[in-house]
Design a protein around this ligand. Sequence first.
Ligand code: 5GP
Ligand code: ZN
Length: 118
Amino acid sequence: MTDANCIFCKIIAGQIPSRKVYEDDEIFAFHDINPWAPVHFLIIPKLHIPSMAHVTPEHEGLLGRMMLLAPKLAVQEGAKPYPEGGFRIVANTGAEGGQEVHHMHWHVMGGPRPWLRG
Ligand code: 5GP
Ligand code: ZN
């Protein structure tokens, strides 16, 4: 399922260019256009799920596979491995959660720490 008005669905379809990090049948990952950290990419399902508030038990396997990719891709993209390096995952959800693009995505951020608050 895709949404013709969704920028992330357009990125998956190649209608909007992106710097791809990873792709398989059900998952896509690409660099954030406005990075907050030395390493900053987004992991998204190809399925147009609007937010984390919309996930259901049928998405359990997909979410697990997305989560298993995060540490591998973080190192692939230049974060040092755990424990010296590492990364942060953020899933902004809804207006008060700071979500601007309503296609579920996880920010994966890493690299040297000056960017990190809290
Ligand atoms: P949100 O605030 O919804 O959690 O984050 C959306 C993220 O998507 C932002 O960090 C923003 O920089 C990124 N973004 C928005 N439009 C595009 C785009 O066209 N290309 C890429 N690569 N990232 C985008
Ligand atoms: Zn979408």
